[in-house]
Design a protein around this ligand. Structure first.
Ligand code: G1P
Length: 300
């Protein structure tokens, strides 16, 4: 794959998950056995990404520690014969040639501004943007990013965005696509709008946390004024590019590639339950336990 660089914004405050996120990043919340951001990294490296540039902020250093080699832990596990745990903490990133880079967003000015913080490091290269709080597909088995890059190259577009259908009432939480004509599996974008009101949404296709951009995104972001929530929105920069005549492509996630979002408790709880129930070793026992709980007489 020609694009091997991904920007992973992880700078958000996680206010919708307080108090869990008071002193730990939402991207480090566990989903089953792993923190959310580990699934994102596994998905990206499976799709051929080799350089991961995290946009962090205050309070996010545990993400950096998580992907470091921890020689003390490794030798302790080795000395005490814990081979199984050893496999879980030794990432094969070095052998795969995967490198980690970190830079900080110094002020909370929105997702678009976080991506713009990567500009001096990315320069004139196309890149992937993958939001660090969204897992694509159960156990992150998706190759959506590889498919998006293929489409980026095939069509010569300046941007490719992944979309998923959401219920009409939920459009208020997402960037929403206006497709040119009818939207098949792959479609051309006429416009995108960030978190429209229910009656004003051009479709129910929601931006699904994965993007591919040509370097044209950076000047567009630099010119984008604050929008929804008084923040610089990535969606608004995409809109700007489309209005300037740049080509934008949308790709729908497949049914097996549902997006698991950990941005609020309702979606985080569901995500955790689904991943725990799919756990190879403990899932079936847990299923019985949950079924037992559900069958109990309601208390109170
Ligand atoms: C962000 C984007 C939005 C997108 C969503 C999920 O919103 O601004 O366009 O649909 O991620 O990928 P947030 O969840 O940060 O409010």
């Amino acid at each position: 794959m020609s694009i091997d660089l991904a920007i992973i914004p992880v700078a958000g405050l996680g206010t919708r998950l307080l108090p869990a996120t008071k002193s730990q990043p939402k991207e480090m919340l566990p989903v089953g056995r792993k923190p959310v951001v580990q699934y994102v990294v596994e998905e990206l490296t499976k799709s051929g990404i080799r350089r991961l540039l995290f946009i962090t902020s205050r309070g996010k250093t545990s993400i950096e520690y998580h992907f470091d080699s921890d020689n003390e832990l490794v030798s302790y596990l080795r000395q005490t014969g814990r081979e199984e745990q050893l496999r879980d903490v030794v990432f094969s990133h070095a052998e795969q040639g995967v490198e980690f880079f970190y830079t900080r967003q110094r002020e909370q000015r929105g997702l678009g501004h976080a991506v713009l913080c990567a500009r001096p490091l990315v320069g004139d290269e196309p890149c992937v943007v993958a939001l660090g709080d969204s897992i694509i597909g159960i156990h992150a088995q998706s190759n959506i990013v590889a498919r998006m890059v293929e489409e980026f190259e095939r069509t010569g577009a300046d941007l490719v965005v992944a979309f998923e259908e959401v219920p009409a009432k939920d459009v208020v939480h997402y960037g929403i696509a206006e497709p040119k004509g009818s939207a098949g599996r792959v479609f051309e974008l006429a416009d995108v709008v960030e978190k429209p009101a229910v009656g004003e949404a051009p479709s129910n296709l929601a931006v699904a946390a994965r993007y591919v951009f040509s370097p044209a995104i950076f000047p567009a972001l630099a010119e984008t004024p604050p929008g929804k929530g008084n923040e610089i929105q990535l969606t608004d920069a995409i809109r700007r590019l489309l209005r300037q005549g740049h080509k934008g492509i949308g790709i729908r996630l497949e049914a097996s590639e549902r997006r698991f979002d950990v941005g609020n408790f309702a979606t985080y709880f569901r995500t955790f339950i689904e991943f725990a129930l799919a756990d190879e070793e403990l899932g079936s026992e847990l299923r019985e336990f949950v079924a037992g709980l559900l069958a109990e007489e309601p208390r109170g």
